[in-house]
Design a protein around this ligand. Sequence first.
Ligand SMILES: *[C@@H]1O[C@H](CO)[C@@H](O)[C@H](O)[C@H]1NC(C)=O
Ligand SMILES: *[C@@H]1O[C@H](CO)[C@@H](O)[C@H](O)[C@H]1NC(C)=O
Ligand SMILES: *[C@@H]1O[C@H](CO)[C@@H](O)[C@H](O)[C@H]1NC(C)=O
Ligand SMILES: *[C@@H]1O[C@H](CO)[C@@H](O)[C@H](O)[C@H]1NC(C)=O
Ligand SMILES: *[C@@H]1O[C@H](CO)[C@@H](O)[C@H](O)[C@H]1NC(C)=O
Ligand SMILES: *[C@@H]1O[C@H](CO)[C@@H](O)[C@H](O)[C@H]1NC(C)=O
Ligand SMILES: *[C@@H]1O[C@H](CO)[C@@H](O)[C@H](O)[C@H]1NC(C)=O
Length: 307
Amino acid sequence: MMSSLYIWLSTVLLSVSVQGSNFSLNGWSMTVADEVRAEEGGSAVLPCSFTHPDTNLTLTGSVIWYNRKSLNYNVIFNCTYPGPDHSQGDVCENVRQWDGENRFRFAGNLSNKDLSIMMEGLSREDTDSYQCRVDLNINSFQTTTLTQLEVEAAQGNVSVVSGTEGDSVTLPCIFRSWGSHTLTTVTWMRKEPYQHIVTFTAQSQGTWTTGHGGNRYELIGNPWEGNASLRINQLSVRDNHTYLCLVEYRSEPDSQYLIQKETRLMVHVRRTVSTAMLVISLVSILLMLIIIIFVIFRKKEGGFCRE
Ligand SMILES: *[C@@H]1O[C@H](CO)[C@@H](O)[C@H](O)[C@H]1NC(C)=O
Ligand SMILES: *[C@@H]1O[C@H](CO)[C@@H](O)[C@H](O)[C@H]1NC(C)=O
Ligand SMILES: *[C@@H]1O[C@H](CO)[C@@H](O)[C@H](O)[C@H]1NC(C)=O
Ligand SMILES: *[C@@H]1O[C@H](CO)[C@@H](O)[C@H](O)[C@H]1NC(C)=O
Ligand SMILES: *[C@@H]1O[C@H](CO)[C@@H](O)[C@H](O)[C@H]1NC(C)=O
Ligand SMILES: *[C@@H]1O[C@H](CO)[C@@H](O)[C@H](O)[C@H]1NC(C)=O
Ligand SMILES: *[C@@H]1O[C@H](CO)[C@@H](O)[C@H](O)[C@H]1NC(C)=O
């Protein structure tokens, strides 16, 4: 109750200083996405990062996420910020369970002041506003910008793609363009553990560049036409994972809109014929040929005898 009132008050009183999705006050700042679009049955990452005033204290406290079902703010995620020397372990990293369905987990990195969470097994009812907050021993901070999550009806199941070791495979990422905003980046993430794979950045000439990530990953779709499909070359069994495609749009000032799609990649082990097997097969074929020739030769010989 107290905390809902506090949030309500701070939302009303402090909203003047909101600068897009980066809200800053008294040396603190917090950045979140304005809107995230994901698919029923898939996953969504709600990004949140913050900065705090200089301190000599070791930070402890909690990472909190709220949603605002039926106008109330409900805690949907609460994990403990590690104490000095990580004495309590990286508690957040291990938190998965919250709503009894194991659907929320930490996808951030406390050392980087990244408080992002991932929601899995999305349903249409998860469409809601979400708020990021951090309660630390030095103070508490939260955004006034809520992240609107939009869960859209799935166009079929979460896509599954198969490939064989050594080959190439295409991970599809087909999306509906976000009309009035500016398309800025396409990022592919590995889902578990949540890990960056490659980011492609839109250039003014309409081309796409990638920093690092190597030539094993190619953006082959045309994102301007709602296709951010990725080709992975030289597949290895280590690529056998689920991937998230994150398409980012921006608008002034600083607003961020994300479209997220999930794809499962199944990598099959290439069946290799061993040298021993090859030798045995060749010897068998040779033996059969000798027997056949021998039999034919004997038949012919027999024919001569009868004549
Ligand atoms: C938000 O903007 C402030 C400057 O106004 C900047 O110092 C800060 O790093 C930004 N916060 C984040 C989390 O990016
Ligand atoms: C941190 O400690 C140093 C050295 O003791 C001091 O100079 C500095 O002002 C302190 N910073 C803060 C934010 O308290
Ligand atoms: C989050 O969890 C901590 C530790 O269990 C607890 O002290 C705190 O009150 C919780 N915060 C909220 C907002 O529920
Ligand atoms: C978190 O960030 C730190 C600092 O950048 C980095 O060293 C560490 O590997 C990251 N942890 C994870 C789990 O990515
Ligand atoms: C979705 O998955 C189910 C079970 O795996 C399958 O029976 C069904 O045909 C799939 N639907 C589509 C549209 O791929
Ligand atoms: C997306 O682009 C790839 C590569 O050009 C193409 O193979 C695929 O058919 C496209 N998908 C759709 C739905 O346009
Ligand atoms: C790939 O992942 C699936 C599902 O996690 C698993 O069943 C399969 O054995 C894995 N394949 C390989 C080659 O590791």
